[in-house]
Design a protein around this ligand. Structure first.
Ligand SMILES: Cc1ncc(C[n+]2csc(CCOP(=O)(O)OP(=O)(O)O)c2C)c(N)n1
Ligand SMILES: [Mg+2]
Length: 274
């Protein structure tokens, strides 16, 4: 038996784009996104009834994905333990938003997955620090908060925060001061840096204001900005490493895994745009 995937509902255009490149969807279908009622289009959200050959799991509204994914992982376990189906190598992958983490269904699902030690489950939280009605927290750090929730419930936690360009800076942070500064920079400030698109601001506020100006003296403002704008959650090498570690955890460990993928977004200060 294969894997099961639960996609963040309004991320449906991502799988559609991939399916189009793979030749599984036609241009005509793509051009009729959200106009599926006539017969040729694609539904707005994962919808197994409207698109039975494409979607297997409905995930809108928020909270349904995480909740169903835990039921699925538990059901895989059930089938296997009773000798009804070999699900020993089947995984459940669940992609959720950071705003979706506020749903009671999500919080319950996490507790249940930890309690049941569902090591066939990997959750990936897309931490873009915003939800459509505003910042998720703004004045604190969602990734730290989520780490507490997941670890407390019994998950292994992989934090995917900084991209490749930060490797040297982090490796050379022998006294831990840079990490300390980053850990206390609120999400709202990260969004402001991403929105302003100004490397000198990152230099002044993160580095110079904390006596760390020499750490980035060899980088231009533009280099600093592009490093900042390629967070772990957008860096394909880091994403690959995190996913591969998660898949190994599922084989070896007795715990579910979460990947907290950080990706501050430029849109934040501009408000939501259709
Ligand atoms: C239970 C429920 N309430 C409200 C909505 C409307 N809604 C759709 S997306 C969204 C915000 C999602 O934010 P997040 O989970 O952070 O995802 P992002 O778009 O940032 O990736 C909301 C409130 C919904 N789909 N389901
Ligand atoms: Mg979000």
């Amino acid at each position: 038996m294969g894997d099961q995937i639960y996609i963040q509902g309004h991320a449906a255009p991502g799988p559609y784009a991939r399916a189009y490149l793979e030749g599984r969807l036609s241009l005509e279908q793509i051009m009729h996104f959200r106009q599926e009622v006539g017969g040729t289009g694609l539904s707005s959200y994962p919808h197994p009834r409207l698109m039975p050959d494409f979607w297997e799991n409905p995930t809108v509204s928020m909270g349904l994905g995480p909740l169903s994914s835990v039921c699925q992982a538990r059901f895989f376990r059930y089938l296997h333990l009773r000798g009804l189906a070999d699900t020993s190598s089947s995984r459940v992958w669940c992609f959720i938003g950071d705003g979706e983490m506020d749903e009671p269904e999500t919080i319950y699902a996490i507790a249940r997955a930890g309690y049941e030690r569902l090591n066939n489950l990997v959750m990936v939280v897309n931490c873009n620090y915003q939800r459509l009605d505003g910042p998720v927290r703004g004045n604190s750090k969602v990734i730290q908060e989520f780490e507490g929730i997941f670890r407390g419930a019994g998950f292994d936690c992989i934090k995917l925060i900084w991209g490749d360009a930060w490797n040297d800076l982090v490796d050379n942070d022998h006294d831990g001061k840079l990490i300390e500064v980053l850990e206390r920079t609120p999400d709202g400030d990260c969004q402001r840096y991403a929105a302003k698109q100004d490397g000198s601001l990152v230099r002044r506020e993160i580095f110079e204001a904390n006596g760390l100006g020499d750490r980035v003296a060899h980088l231009s403002d533009d280099e600093l900005l592009s490093a900042f704008m390629l967070p772990g959650g957008h860096d394909h090498k880091k994403i690959y490493a995190a996913m591969s570690q998660a898949a190994k955890n599922a084989e070896a460990g007795g715990r579910p895994t979460v990947i907290l993928a950080g990706a501050p977004r430029k849109l934040a200060l501009g408000g939501w745009k259709p």
